[in-house]
Ligand binder design. Structure first.
Ligand SMILES: *Cc1c(COP(=O)(O)O)cnc(C)c1O
Length: 407
């Protein structure tokens, strides 16, 4: 591909104008939106107003006058519209890790006589760690079983209570067959809990249509909610009212302002709240979600496949590099992972050249492509810089070997 061809793709891109909505530093090529989304201009303004008017001036009255009290629900519904969930099934709250715990515990309690959480060996670690913590809490009455991706269907025995999977694998970007595995789990009498952290905002999802039971996801990746943005959880209407989460805080009470001494869960999705929501960070996420108001997720997915495709074509045959992501764009999310024995140093050298990706042990370089703000031209340029760094061996300089705390 030539730079002209890349520019041509940009000129034809139906999403080309959405980049202007982001505050991206000049000269930087940001390919890490799968870890922390970029800052939308709108968020800057909204945060200034919320702080001045809602917190500063209206103070505690804002719980009513600015409807802070319903923000987890209204923000949840907006996320619902991006993931194929009708209103009243998604709530914005806590972190993905905490939400995993709440939903796993609720699922296990519901599935009397079944004690296994089935997952994939290379699932995102926090998903496995939260399941381990739940197992310990129950004195190992609940057990976590992990198998390789290919062995999942056969491992759905009749003691599996819940199949817990991440839709897009964080290491290699491979996509699971969500409808197929959901059906297989149901056929085996298990519930499904999908982690959509690397899917929401870049892949078309139809949670209601595919009868997903439970799901969780991040607010700070492709949804651009900012560092540590609140996460969200989905509970299908069919299960609501029948499952109970253990972190039964007052915000999940049927009538929090009765201040009753005993807990009575709210009837709808609100019972999955625990404590007081982080209003400032949720306001930032809410403002960022505005950018999805009039884009089609199908167009986002089209562009995502094209972006990863352009990158793969330019870099897959570089010396020492192996493509770790699926070759078929239909099978990969919005990221490309490359294996190289010196992956860490190469990523550091790229960062020095203004191309931001990240490194995952032991030898993976990860590049995330955010269709709302990444252009074909910058992807082409990033691939050229990567080729230069590998070709010249400049990454071998000692300063690129030094390990930082966050990789
Ligand atoms: C990013 C990510 C998380 C992060 O969980 P936090 O509680 O927000 O730290 C969880 N699961 C998956 C699959 C992720 O990609």
């Amino acid at each position: 591909m030539t730079p002209d061809e890349a520019r041509q793709l940009d000129a034809q891109d139906p999403l080309r104008t959405s980049r202007r909505a982001f505050d991206l530093p000049a000269g930087l090529i940001y390919l890490d939106g799968n870890s922390l989304g970029a800052l939308p201009h709108r968020v800057r303004q909204v945060m200034a107003d919320v702080i001045a008017d809602e917190w500063g001036r209206d103070l505690i009255r804002s719980w009513n006058s600015h409807d802070w009290i319903n923000l987890p629900l209204t923000t949840g519904d907006r996320i619902g519209s991006i993931i194929g969930a009708a209103p009243g099934q998604v709530i914005c709250t806590d972190s993905t890790s905490v939400n995993l715990f709440k939903l796993l515990a609720a699922a296990l309690q519901h599935q009397q006589g079944r004690s296994v959480i089935l997952s994939q060996t290379d699932n995102f670690p926090t998903d496995l760690y939260m399941a381990e913590g739940l197992a310990r809490l129950t004195g190992e009455a609940v057990r976590l079983t992990t198998v390789a991706a290919e062995a999942l269907s056969q491992a759905l025995s009749d003691d599996v209570a819940v199949l817990m999977l991440t839709h897009v694998n964080f290491r290699d970007g491979r996509i699971h067959d969500l409808p197929g595995l959901t059906r297989a789990a149901h056929d085996a009498g298990a519930l499904v809990l999908w982690d959509l952290s690397h899917s929401a905002g870049v892949l078309p999802l139809a949670l209601d249509e595919h009868q997903v039971d439970l799901a969780v996801g991040c607010g700070y990746k492709y949804l651009n909610g900012g560092p540590g943005a609140p996460a969200w959880l989905y509970v299908n209407h069919a299960l609501q009212g029948r499952i109970h989460q253990p972190l039964s805080g007052w915000m999940g009470h049927a009538r929090p302002f009765d201040f009753s001494p005993t807990y009575e869960p709210a009837t709808g999705i609100s019972r999955f709240l625990s404590g007081t929501p982080g209003i400032l960070s949720m306001k930032a996420l809410e403002a960022a979600l505005d950018l999805y108001a009039d884009v089609s997720i199908d167009a986002v997915r089209q562009k995502s496949m094209q972006l990863t495709g352009v990158f793969v074509r330019q870099v897959a045959s570089l010396p020492g590099v192996t493509l770790a992501s699926p070759e078929d764009p239909e099978l990969r999310g919005s990221q490309v992972s490359l294996q190289h024995p010196d992956a860490y140093a190469i990523v550091q050298a790229l960062i020095e050249r203004g191309v931001i990706g990240d490194f995952r042990e032991p030898d993976l370089m990860r590049f995330g492509f955010a269709p709302l703000y990444n252009s074909f031209e910058e992807v082409w340029t990033a691939a050229g810089i990567l080729a230069e760094i590998i070709g010249s061996g400049s990454y071998r300089e000692p300063r690129f070997q030094e390990r930082r705390q966050v990789t």
